[in-house]
Design a protein around this ligand. Structure first.
Ligand SMILES: Nc1ncnc2c1ncn2[C@@H]1O[C@H](COP(=O)(O)OP(=O)(O)OP(=O)(O)O)[C@@H](O)[C@H]1O
Ligand SMILES: [Mg+2]
Length: 251
């Protein structure tokens, strides 16, 4: 079972778009996926059509006694289960304040979970707070989406520092599975420059696959479909299938 956090503290980096469509593309290749939504915004829960019940979901997973398996909901997407975010998740800092080992809450639950999935993918909020720390402590790997139309390299460097601290103090096995350039618009010089400096700075850590800017990806959530179902022949579908191949090659 591979447990991967999708993280970048920068807002709008395509974390959710990547989590959800990578889940669908891996499931299309026969992998069983558990998506955990640790973002109080609940964008990935909404996208996969999870009905959010306040007594269930990620808040209870982190704060309650319930086992992970008891909080998993089936989605209508083949091969994809989910633990949704709930509004309560925005109060998590207070709920976990003063708890010894608050960063370890998710890790404890995942360690005790049945190996029922091939992948656990964790969507995270645009902060480096307790939720992202829980994701980085529970996961073995991180995928870092970077939106190529805005310069975010300093943010990636900051995230890598956080990853190094987590590795040192909480999770020695944590590695960067890859950085993925997203929202790449080949028509703009600026985008090409950002992708080039990303590759220059982070070398082989950057996935070969780039996710192109594609309006279909922005439309798909309104229909609660993955890009593969919503627009099977779109560039977005091709790119997320290619990214899934990159990820499968690392198995
Ligand atoms: N390849 C793409 N082409 C076009 N639009 C995209 C693409 N990837 C993401 N977007 C759009 O960019 C916006 C931000 O994407 P997304 O919500 O996935 O980012 P995020 O990192 O999860 O944001 P947040 O930090 O708020 O959680 C969304 O409106 C999404 O539809
Ligand atoms: Mg998001």
């Amino acid at each position: 079972m591979r447990c991967i956090a999708i993280a970048n503290q920068k807002g709008g980096a395509a974390k959710t778009t990547t989590t959800v469509n990578l889940a669908a593309a891996l499931a299309e290749r026969g992998r069983r996926i558990l998506l955990i939504d640790l973002d109080p915004q609940g964008n990935s829960s909404d996208w996969v059509g999870c009905v959010r019940n306040e007594s269930e979901g990620a808040f209870t997973l982190l704060t309650g006694k319930a086992a992970l398996a008891d909080l998993v909901l089936a989605t209508e997407w083949t091969g994809v289960d989910a633990i949704p975010a709930t509004k309560a998740l925005s109060g998590i800092e207070r709920a976990l304040a003063g708890e010894v080992g608050a960063e370890m809450a998710l890790r404890r639950k995942i360690s005790a979970a049945p190996a029922q999935w091939d992948y656990i993918l964790i969507d995270t909020p645009p902060t480096l707070g307790i939720l992202t720390l829980n994701a980085l402590t529970a996961a073995r790997e991180v995928i870092v989406p970077v939106a190529a139309h805005v310069l975010g390299l300093a943010g990636v460097a900051q995230l890598k520092e956080t990853i190094a601290v987590v590795r040192e103090r909480l999770n020695p096995d944590l590695t960067v599975a890859g950085i993925v350039a997203s929202r790449v618009d080949s028509r703009t010089r600026h985008c090409a420059d950002v992708v080039a400096s990303l590759r220059e700075t982070f070398g082989s850590e950057v996935y070969a696959t780039e996710i192109r800017e594609n309006i279909r990806l922005a439309e798909a959530p309104s229909f609660k479909r993955s890009i593969l179902e919503y627009s099977n022949n779109s560039p977005g579908a091709a790119d997320y299938r290619a990214l899934a191949e990159d990820v499968i090659r690392q198995e």
